[in-house]
Design a protein around this ligand. Structure first.
Ligand SMILES: CC(C)(COP(=O)(O)OP(=O)(O)OC[C@H]1O[C@@H](n2cnc3c(N)ncnc32)[C@H](O)[C@@H]1OP(=O)(O)O)[C@@H](O)C(=O)NCCC(=O)NCCS
Length: 224
């Protein structure tokens, strides 16, 4: 069994949370125009720092993340805590912020607020032909689309590719079936991988991906 800790939080923006940001994070925080974007960002980094500090036995202010992009050498890549043996992933949408943490395996998480996006147009960019057919047969296409989306984005966040890799190269199970990868082609493809749907509450879809063949034991808790 691989233990996978999921922490949910609501976005808030308090001075003691901002105080933990490092210089580069502070610059990013300052560049966000909207208060809700600032809150989602600062809450995510606070959640990650607090949970990781606890896991490694250090003070939160001493936790420094790397964010190297393997493609261009820039600093917008997957946040990591090198040397810890731990991997984590953050996601935020609407009034949900979520962190997934595991030891010894790469993890990815994604939460999506269900919105009135143009599903037919987006489905062309996100889903395989078989998935589009399955979606069209669903009663709640909005829920189905966001479930597909969050599963695929969680996978691409586990590998660190993010949306730089095509979602249409991944074929996942139907939203009504247990989450699993059916097929994955292309450079970003990895195996073995485990996929699980999370419980973000009504109006949201969320999934976690873990690059392991071990069965997952997922514990979801609220962080207050
Ligand atoms: C990662 C990505 C999918 C996030 O998309 P999103 O739906 O807007 O946001 P989410 O809330 O789900 O996730 C954001 C979090 O993912 C994490 N993240 C950023 N880049 C990541 C990556 N490459 N892999 C995994 N996680 C990543 C960060 O923790 C970020 O939170 P932050 O704002 O606190 O830093 C998107 O930013 C992306 O595709 N980035 C990579 C693009 C890229 O590499 N292009 C090539 C450049 S050379």
């Amino acid at each position: 069994m691989l233990e996978c800790a999921v922490r949910w939080a609501a976005p808030v923006d308090e001075p003691e949370m901002r105080a933990l940001l490092d210089d580069r994070e502070r610059e990013r925080y300052d560049r966000f125009m909207r208060a809700e974007d600032k809150a989602r960002f600062v809450t995510g980094r606070f959640l990650a720092r607090t949970v990781l500090a606890d896991a490694v036995g250090l003070a939160p202010q001493s936790i420094r993340f790397t964010t190297d992009c393997p493609h261009c050498g820039g600093t917008h890549g997957k946040p990591r805590l090198p040397g810890s043996g731990l991997d984590f992933s953050l996601s935020h949408s609407g009034d949900r912020v979520v962190l997934v943490l595991a030891e010894g395996a790469e993890v990815g998480v994604d939460v999506e607020r269900e919105s009135d996006r143009d599903i037919d147009r987006l489905a062309e960019m996100v889903l395989t032909a078989a998935e589009r057919e399955a979606l069209n047969a669903m009663d709640d296409r909005r829920r189905g689309f966001h479930a597909y989306w969050s599963r695929k984005e969680a996978l691409l966040k586990a590998t660190g590719h993010g949306l730089a890799a095509p979602m249409t190269a991944i074929h996942v199970s139907s939203p009504d079936a247990p989450a699993e990868v059916i097929a994955w082609e292309g450079d970003a493809a990895v195996s073995p991988v485990r996929l699980a749907d999370l419980t973000p509450g009504p109006g949201y879809a969320a999934s976690a991906a873990v690059l392991t063949d071990r069965p997952l034991r997922i514990t979801e808790t609220r962080f207050d």
